[in-house]
Design a binder for this molecule. Structure first.
Ligand SMILES: NC(=O)c1ccc[n+]([C@@H]2O[C@H](COP(=O)([O-])OP(=O)(O)OC[C@H]3O[C@@H](n4cnc5c(N)ncnc54)[C@H](O)[C@@H]3O)[C@@H](O)[C@H]2O)c1
Length: 369
């Protein structure tokens, strides 16, 4: 898998206690990488990270990405081969409440990681995770391409557009002959173990587990929903190609890539809630759409992933129904299953990764080789 690029490699993951970072750290560990994670704490309770007791399986480092010295020291001491930078203030609503922390974390944090990389000779590849929201959103019905305008009206989206510009500046100014770097843009990632505020799947999990109807803000908004393992397979493939010195078909060094589902997967929030409810037996699946907030949120956001297909031969593996099934089964296991049993959620998470890889093999995805 991934050209066997990660076995025995030292991989530094920022944001490893968060939703996507914990899945990435688990997958890397399963592939035989030596993983260090760097985060300022565990952002939610419960959390995917703690449910797996992942701290027992990786080097679990704590610090603030806004603190350049701490960040630099952690990277220089670990001497990674590869860095995946995911740590961020990742929530749109929180960015309205606290724009300063959002800009500091997402812009300064990005700069601090890249500064540390400049002074750490071991680093061969860096993948900077930004967002699909980095694009200037004009509600177009076709997907955003990597060459489209960056932008973002709300502070979170703007901070991710800025992070893209900072990363591109470092790539062009300092890393032409240094580590191979790229940025990645994905969005609306769902899957087990997310308990972030104001995201539809965690909102369903919290409400239904308490026997209450879920409050839905924008039921008719469409999003390119994808299982967390889908963009992670793209990030890992890109990392493997960067480590491999950009072998055929295209050298991705210094590039930006979108990773999203097939163009046909563009379901509404209401459809996600209804589909989740069908796979979640025993829970109330009621939806309350009366309390819609006044916060500005775009109703349409699509990504064009032709570049990832052309350069990396990457495409999404799962259908919408499979995405929902994986997601619902994880929460079902957590709430109704054996979550108290040591290692159960780690084993279950690794089992879902194995099942996903198995489907990807059947569908001849290039990264399974
Ligand atoms: N989940 C999605 O749908 C989605 C969509 C687009 C982009 N992204 C991006 O992917 C990345 C991961 O997202 P997620 O959903 O896992 O987010 P998350 O909120 O679950 O996790 C964020 C992680 O960053 C860490 N963090 C936040 N501020 C920090 C700071 N100042 N110092 C150190 N650590 C800090 C947290 O401790 C946590 O580990 C983020 O960059 C996010 O913007 C996520």
């Amino acid at each position: 898998m991934f050209l066997n690029a990660y076995r025995g490699r030292r991989v530094f993951v920022t944001g490893h206690t968060g939703f996507k970072g914990s899945w990435l750290a688990a997958w890397l560990t399963q592939m035989g990488a030596k993983v260090a994670g760097f985060s300022d704490g565990v952002p939610t309770k419960p959390s995917h990270f703690e449910s797996m007791h992942l701290a027992n399986h990786i080097e679990d480092l704590r610090g603030d990405i806004r603190d350049r010295q701490t960040m630099s020291r952690a990277i220089q001491q670990f001497k990674p081969d590869v860095i995946f930078h995911l740590a961020a203030q990742a929530l749109v609503r929180k960015s309205y409440e606290d724009p300063v922390t959002t800009f500091e974390s997402n812009m300064l944090g990005t700069m601090n990681v890249l500064e540390a990389v400049r002074h750490t000779p071991s680093v061969e590849a860096v993948i900077m995770i930004t967002s699909d929201k980095c694009y200037r959103n004009n509600e177009q019905v076709w997907g955003y391409r990597e060459t489209d305008h960056l932008g973002g009206a709300d502070p979170y989206s703007a901070s991710k557009g800025c992070a893209e510009i900072i990363a591109q500046s470092y790539f062009k100014s300092f890393f032409k002959n240094g580590p191979a770097c790229a940025t990645v843009r994905a969005g609306n990632v769902i899957g087990g173990g997310d308990w972030a505020q104001d995201r539809i799947v965690p909102d369903c999990a919290r409400a239904w587990a308490a026997g209450k109807p879920v409050t839905v803000r924008s039921p008719w908004a469409t999003r390119p929903w994808q299982l967390v393992l889908e963009p992670l397979s793209g990030y890992l493939l890109l990392g493997a190609r960067l480590l491999d010195n950009g072998s055929a078909p295209f050298n991705p060094r210094g590039e930006a890539y979108n990773f999203g589902p097939a163009a046909t997967v563009n379901n509404t929030v209401a459809e996600v809630v209804q589909a989740l409810a069908m796979h979640w037996p025993g829970f109330s699946s009621k939806m309350d759409t009366s309390g819609q907030a006044g916060m500005k949120e775009c109703t349409l956001l699509k990504l064009c992933c032709d570049k990832a297909l052309a350069h990396l031969h990457w495409k999404a593996t799962l259908t919408f129904e499979e995405t929902i099934r994986f997601t619902a089964e994880w929460y079902h296991r957590f709430y109704k299953g054996l979550a108290g049993t040591p290692n159960d959620m780690l084993d279950f998470t690794l089992g879902q990764i194995a099942a996903y890889v198995n489907l990807a093999e059947q569908r001849a995805q290039i990264w399974t080789k």
